[in-house]
Design a protein around this ligand. Structure first.
Ligand SMILES: C[S@@+](CC[C@H](N)C(=O)[O-])C[C@H]1O[C@@H](n2cnc3c(N)ncnc32)[C@H](O)[C@@H]1O
Length: 379
């Protein structure tokens, strides 16, 4: 990948140079941007935390993932032991933090494992199935946040088959821009030695220009062109999920797409008479959001996911339900997992323009602006 070129775009956020690693060269398996001390992360080790791997195991045993994915949980316990030995206390403390109001009220690292297990297993299957001659894959983690999915996969996937993770989120600081700050720290990504390197990109995945730049300057770049690419988006809120699916639709280089919806748009969209479009599929807010049409929250969430599935443009796709979430307060269970695949080495899709609006109509509000613009263009 031409990093200088990407950096010149201003939007992309990349480390100084991407790490290079040869198969089996464990000593090479480190980030090019790995620490230049002194650094706060050199400070106390995770072993000083009140959360030991044993304590985490007791919590893990209470979660649905331990029943549904027992072998994965055993592997993850091994990972937690290693992280506990090698991570700085600051990173470990963030991982074991119990966020207020979070599902299951367990340390974040366990909550995220519980929610991402089906995606982890699917990505492993995709990578395992790669032909031995395939170049190393790249995994895109869309709306990655702290990056738990990539961190787990960095330990679980074979280094000789996966080159890197690209974590995309609008909440990161832009490393290509001096004094840029973000609400999600990336210190743990760059200053800790991960088995398979990760880098972050500050991007707004709802922006048309961003989706075009990702396609042209990242997915079709020299470095990625021949590589298998898999995209995952865990717990992406309302229309961000449609944008993620749009990225899959419009980029044939992406061979696998794993998406876990988080929530659906608010009922305001019914009043606004919003109409969405993903691929060739158009659907109106009232079809899935109107309580008179779909009375239960659970059913509305299901319909929302079904519409997204319908808009995903490949024959090989489906919804899976995994009873991993036990909601409280009458909330719907976030148990829906969408997977889509297409063959490797597909030629780029020729689209006139990527990332067009996903809200294509509305009586008022943001969608109505897009509609007026389109009507003006027609005249
Ligand atoms: C609910 S969090 C999920 C984080 C992570 N995938 C996980 O499962 O822990 C949604 C993430 O999407 C990011 N996000 C929201 N809108 C975005 C946008 N327009 N472009 C890129 N990222 C966005 C947020 O910053 C947040 O980190």
């Amino acid at each position: 990948m031409d990093l200088d070129h990407l950096r010149s775009v201003g939007l992309f956020d990349l480390p100084e140079q991407l790490p290079v690693f040869g198969p089996g060269a464990a000593s090479e398996n480190r980030l090019a941007s790995t620490p230049d001390p002194p650094d706060p992360l050199d400070a106390p080790a995770a072993s000083g935390s009140r959360w030991s791997p044993q304590g985490l195991k007791e919590q893990l045993d209470k979660l649905p993932v331990s029943q549904l994915f027992p072998e994965l949980c055993d592997e993850v316990m091994g990972i937690l032991h290693r992280w506990h030995q090698r991570l700085p206390l600051k990173v470990w403390s963030r991982m074991v933090k119990i966020c207020k109001g979070s599902a299951h009220q367990v340390p974040s690292v366990l909550k995220e494992l519980n929610e991402s297990a089906p995606v982890i297993q699917r990505v492993r299957r995709w990578v395992e199935a790669l032909p031995s001659t395939a170049p190393k894959a790249c995994i895109l983690d869309l709306g990655a946040g702290f990056g738990f999915l990539s961190m787990f996969l960095s330990e679980l996937l074979p280094c000789e088959k996966v080159k890197e993770f690209c974590l995309m989120d609008m909440s990161y600081a832009n490393r290509g821009v001096d004094n840029s700050s973000g609400t999600t720290s990336t210190e743990h990504i760059y200053k800790v030695q991960w088995q398979i390197p990760m880098y972050t990109l500050k991007v707004d995945l709802k922006k048309k220009t961003t989706l075009n730049q990702i396609a042209e300057r990242l997915l079709q770049s020299e470095d990625l062109r021949e590589r298998p690419i898999f995209a995952c988006g865990i717990h992406l809120c309302n229309t961000l999920g449609i944008r993620a699916a749009q990225l899959f639709n419009e980029n044939a280089e992406v061979s696998g797409f794993a998406f876990v919806p988080c929530c659906f748009p608010t009922s305001r969209h019914v009043a606004q008479q919003v109409v969405y479009q993903l691929g060739q599929h158009r659907f109106a807010a009232r079809e899935f959001l109107d309580p008179k049409v779909v009375p239960s929250n659970t059913d509305r969430f299901e319909r929302w996911a079904e519409h997204i599935l319908e808009g995903i443009e490949t024959n090989s796709k489906g919804i899976e339900h995994h009873e991993l979430h036990r909601p409280t307060n009458g909330m719907f269970a976030q148990n829906i997992y969408i997977f889509a695949e297409r063959p490797l080495n597909m030629q780029p899709i020729q689209v006139e323009t990527r990332g067009t609006c996903v809200v294509v109509d509305a009586k008022f509000g943001h969608g109505s602006k897009a509609k007026k613009k389109a009507q003006k263009k027609k005249r």
